[in-house]
Each structure stands twice: as C-alpha cells, then as structure tokens.
Design a protein around this ligand. Structure first.
Ligand code: GTP
Ligand code: MG
Length: 200
C-alpha cells in the first residue's frame, strides 16, 4: 500500500473525544520505549509525525493520525513505566483500558515487543487482556537492527514457544526496524488486506 497522506488529527485521554469518523483503526501498544512512535513514523515515511524520545514515557495520550484520508493509526502511551508506584505501573492506565473496551472501529492492535528481550509478564498479560476481550492483535518484534543474524531468529523462536504455552494458535507477527525499514511493506500490506476485507 502506498501512503499518500498522513496527518495528525487529535490527542486526548478521553475515548469519547476520539475522532467520530468510522474509519478502520490500527492501534500501537507496548512497553514504554519499545518503539511505537518510531514505527508509526517509519510506516508513514514521516520523520516526525509521532513524537519519539530516548526517554521512556514520551507518549502520554491517545494520538490519532489519519492515513490516506480513509483509516487511522493510533499511537498509545507505553505501559510498564511511570514515575508512580509499582502497583500503578503494573496496571494499565484506565483510559487505555477504556480505549480498548469501547473503540468499535478498532480493526487490529499491534503489540510491540522489543526483539532483544525475553518474554515479559506485562506483555503476556496485555495479550491475555486482548484475547479475553476478543480484540484481534498482531505482534511486532521491534529494533531488529540491534540484533545479529543468529540471535534474532533465536529470540523469535523462544517467544513463540512461550506463547504456545498459553495460546492454541500464534497471532500474525512481523519483524521491524525503524532504522532500516524492515517490516514496512509487510505491515502495510497486512493493513491493506484488513481494510479490504472490511469493505468487501
Ligand atoms: P513511549 O512513547 O515513551 O512509550 O515510547 P515509544 O514506544 O513510542 O518509543 P519511541 O518510538 O519513542 O522510541 C524509543 C527509542 O528507541 C528512541 O530513542 C528511538 O530512536 C529508538 N528506536 C525505536 N525504534 C527503533 C528501531 O527499530 N531501531 C533502533 N535502533 N532504535 C529504535
Ligand atoms: Mg511513543
């Protein structure tokens, strides 16, 4: 799919104030600093559409971007980091839960996982939350440029093995790099496929 236009629409913490257009919507979620905002910029070939930072906790709001004037990308705050108590850090912010529970046009959620790390409880719990609420999701293994050719597939295999302990089937998954654009075509083609299935 070709990205012709990518425009910022609105940022907020209230799901009721998210855009009213019933465009299919794709949300990006994951631990702070995993690369959600960078992935959105990479997918749209836009250096600074979504704000990125080396420090975790940059994105604090629900950010809507409209692509080709027909579908939304949504940049969400990261979980697993905050300058708050451990208990609060573990629980997903309420407005994020509200977002997932009420945003009807959510076509697919991309759960971002840092490809360098072992499976983390908070990510597995978040996928469980999505599964229990019947929210379709894919996994994106980010920052693949930071791993060598033999470690990357090993880590992915390890992650798949861990998922198969609780899931009967693996979700679709992608391997990405905001630096060398790995995964760009695959993710955009996937989104195009979902968009087409929704209009047919
Ligand atoms: P929060 O909004 O704080 O939750 O973070 P985020 O998940 O949006 O992460 P962000 O895109 O801001 O990226 C965090 C840091 O990781 C930045 O310094 C990025 O430059 C870096 N980064 C993101 N993706 C990649 C990648 O694919 N490769 C490399 N090498 N660095 C990346
Ligand atoms: Mg961000």
């Amino acid at each position: 799919m070709k990205i012709k236009t990518a425009e910022f629409v609105i940022s907020n913490t209230e799901v009721s104030k998210c855009p009213k257009e019933e465009f299919p919507e794709y949300a990006f979620i994951g631990r702070s600093n995993v690369g959600k905002s960078s992935l959105i910029n990479m997918l749209t070939n836009h250096g600074s559409l979504a704000k990125t930072s080396g420090k975790p906790g940059k994105t604090q709001l629900i950010n809507h971007f409209v692509i080709n004037k027909t579908w939304f990308l949504v940049d969400l705050p990261g979980y697993g980091y905050a300058s708050v108590s451990k208990d609060q850090r573990r629980s997903f912010q309420k407005f994020i839960q509200d977002y997932f529970n009420t945003r009807m046009q959510l076509a697919c959620t991309f759960v971002l996982i840092d490809s360098r790390h072992k499976p983390q409880k908070i990510d597995l719990e978040f996928m469980e939350f999505l599964g229990l609420n019947e929210i379709p999701f894919c996994i994106v293994f980010t920052k693949s440029d930071k791993l060598n050719k033999s470690t990357l597939p090993k880590n992915i295999e390890n992650y798949k093995k861990e998922l198969l302990e609780t899931w009967e089937e693996l979700p679709p998954y992608f391997i990405s790099s905001a630096t060398n654009k790995a995964g760009q075509k695959e993710i955009l083609d996937f989104i195009q496929g979902v968009n087409e299935s929704l209009t047919n």
